[in-house]
Design a protein around this ligand. Structure first.
Ligand code: PMP
Length: 409
């Protein structure tokens, strides 16, 4: 017999996607899931990825053997260089353990299991502090691993800006040695990132209370088009890392290499000074988690991403691809705002162009979002989060008209 086995509601995001697919209206628009679309509204295989796949398949030694438990080393080590920078002292000093994961979600899950088993940073049971709002999956990933969750204020609805005061106050009030989950860039869902000056305050407050920073890096290159600029917060935390602390980074290549379904990700643990035994203890225990849950990670995406990252011409192409994606999204932000202004839609729409990355937190209410879907076939998350990547020259005017209608209605 089973206890408490009940039917659950559909996942909000994947449920939205199913309703969109079932909608037969020809002019429907999907601003739901965070996946890049080209100007024709189609999924886009990055040119760098096409070239890498060709190179990979032409290699006579290519095969489908198992990877090791820790994953494909040319992938995990190149991934560390992408987030930390080629000349990072962390890499030179061998202060990093990098283990392949099932994309960003898998990295977060492994981090949660590892922290649950071993983290003794705080007197109380460790709590992970998560931004309010956040990517909905964050909460259940940690709760299912048995880690308590709490929120830090982030988005000030009235001013559509960062609630820095509330954020810093929560860092200071949290029990010493708590865990702070930080969006490395392109905050999901708000599209609002702290400035560098704000990051400095946030990170120094986290360290002052002996908290553990856990970076979720799912959009490097998407916020600004520059891998360097989008890694600024992580690199600042690494550069100012105190002794006796550990930094965790959960890195996804779903969005920035467009490898969504191939599940290419890495969990990195960074220690303050080289300690061979500590590295080995972290590495072997992360591998024990991987072995019991997936035995070894999927190979294909890791090989493709490794080929992009480790082939200089393909890396240059990848950087261009990031600019292609991020600049098209910026163009669509400006176009949507301009259309709303032409229509004189009540409200201010500057935040659409000020926000970064894949998403805009439009400020539309749940009722307005529902009417957008039902009356106009324009789909977005009920929080008012729109995936700007779903806009293109062919639909932005209609989306603006639909938003105008629901706001005026
Ligand atoms: N973190 C954030 C903030 C995200 O938005 C996402 C993707 N929606 C992820 C992590 C992980 O995605 P994936 O597991 O596909 O890498």
């Amino acid at each position: 017999a089973f206890a408490n086995l009940t039917i659950l509601p559909p996942d909000p995001l994947f449920g939205l996607s199913a309703r969109f697919k079932a909608d037969t209206r020809a002019n429907k628009v999907d601003l739901g899931i965070g996946a890049y679309r080209d100007n024709q509204g189609k999924p886009w295989i990055l040119p760098s990825v096409r070239l890498a796949e060709k190179k990979l398949h032409a290699d006579p030694t290519y095969n489908h053997e198992y990877l090791s438990i820790s994953g494909f080393e040319p992938f995990t080590s190149a991934a560390a260089r992408v987030i930390l920078g080629n000349s990072s002292p962390v890499i030179q000093d061998n202060r990093i353990v990098s283990i392949q994961s099932l994309s960003g979600t898998g990295a977060l899950h492994v981090a949660a299991s590892f922290l649950k088993q071993f983290y003794t940073g705080s007197d109380a049971a460790p709590t992970v502090y998560i931004s309010k709002p956040t990517w909905a999956n964050h909460i259940q990933i940690f709760e299912s691993a048995g880690i308590q969750t709490a929120f830090y204020p982030y988005w000030n609805d009235a001013t559509k800006s960062l609630d820095l005061e509330g954020y810093l106050a929560t860092i200071t009030a949290a029990p010493r040695g708590s865990i702070f989950l930080l969006h490395a860039c392109a905050h999901n869902p708000t599209g609002l990132d702290p400035t560098q000056a704000q990051w400095k305050q946030i990170i120094s407050s986290i360290y002052a209370k002996g908290h553990l920073p856990l970076f979720d890096s799912a959009y490097q290159g998407f916020a600004s088009g520059s891998l360097e600029a989008d890694a600024w917060a992580v690199r600042h935390a690494v550069a100012t890392q105190p002794q006796d602390s550990t930094i965790l980074i959960c890195q996804s290549f779903a969005k920035n290499v467009g490898m969504y379904g191939e599940r290419a990700g890495v969990i990195h643990a960074i220690t303050p000074k080289f300690n061979k035994d500590l590295n080995a203890a972290i590495s072997t225990n992360l591998q024990k988690i991987i072995r019991s849950e997936l035995s070894n990670p999927p190979a294909y995406g890791a090989k493709v991403v490794a080929t992009v990252l480790n082939t200089p011409e393909l890396y240059v192409q990848w950087e261009k691809d990031l600019v292609t994606m991020s600049s098209r999204i910026s163009t669509m932000r400006r176009a949507l705002k301009a259309e709303l202004e032409v229509l004189q839609t009540p409200g201010k729409w500057d935040h659409i162009v000020e926000q970064q990355g894949m998403f805009s937190f439009t400020g539309l209410s749940a009722r307005e979002v529902q009417r957008l879907e039902e009356t106009h076939g324009v789909y977005m998350v009920s929080s008012g989060r729109a995936s700007v990547a779903g806009l293109n020259e062919g639909n932005v005017k209609r989306v603006a008209q639909a938003i105008n209608e629901v706001v005026v209605h």
